[in-house]
Ligand binder design. Structure first.
Ligand code: MG
Length: 197
């Protein structure tokens, strides 16, 4: 799927969205696994929060181009490193997740900026205390390379978590909470392309 604009081919958003979802799936990370991290972080502060609210929030974050592009770049580099296809010395640096290599963190951090300061601090928290599937990715032995993926998953979880925190305040101001709303009602803004938080 591609259209032409100013003589250049433009990839359709649907194709990018699909590719981003495929990338996660291919690397064995489910939306549910990311939602579990969000639930664990947000449940103590949000009465009535259900895992379904968290799944909806993760799905919404995955609609963002900023996140989709980060996923495509990071997953591609992990996969190329896994196949030994990067050039030297980048191959060795990504393959071994070299301690001073921080480009993976920067891609994850860049993608959370849209969701504000809570997302940034939550990303920092997840980067240090790798929980759930992030821990699994970080410790997976063998030929797998997850140098970029652990940061991308932290980034998605941090954004989804920030959305819930902001939504909770909006609900509070209406005298409501997550206990009062069905998961599909948590993101009335989801279809406003590129502007929802
Ligand atoms: Mg990393």
């Amino acid at each position: 799927m591609a259209g032409k604009k100013d003589g250049k081919f433009q990839v359709h958003s649907d194709e990018v969205t699909k590719a981003a979802h495929n990338a996660l799936e291919r690397r064995g990370v489910s939306v549910e696994a990311i939602a579990e991290i969000v639930f664990e972080m947000q449940e103590p502060f949000n009465e009535g929060l259900q895992i379904a609210h968290c799944i909806e929030s993760v799905e919404s974050v995955l609609q963002k181009r900023e996140m989709q592009h980060a996923l495509l770049v990071g997953v591609e580099l992990d996969e190329l490193a896994e196949q030994g296809k990067l050039s030297r010395p980048l191959q060795q640096i990504v393959d071994t997740d070299e301690g001073l290599f921080g480009v993976d963190e920067m891609i994850g951090l860049g993608a959370v900026l849209t969701y504000g300061s809570i997302a940034v601090t939550t990303f920092g928290h997840l980067d240090r205390n790798k929980v759930g599937v992030i821990h699994e990715l970080d410790t997976k032995a063998g030929k797998h390379v997850h140098t970029f993926l652990d940061d991308l998953v932290s980034s998605i979880a941090a954004c989804a978590s920030a959305r819930i925190a902001h939504r909770q305040r909006d609900l509070e101001e209406k005298g409501q909470g997550f206990k009062d709303i069905k998961p599909e009602e948590t993101a009335p803004e989801i279809h406003v392309e590129g502007t929802d938080t």
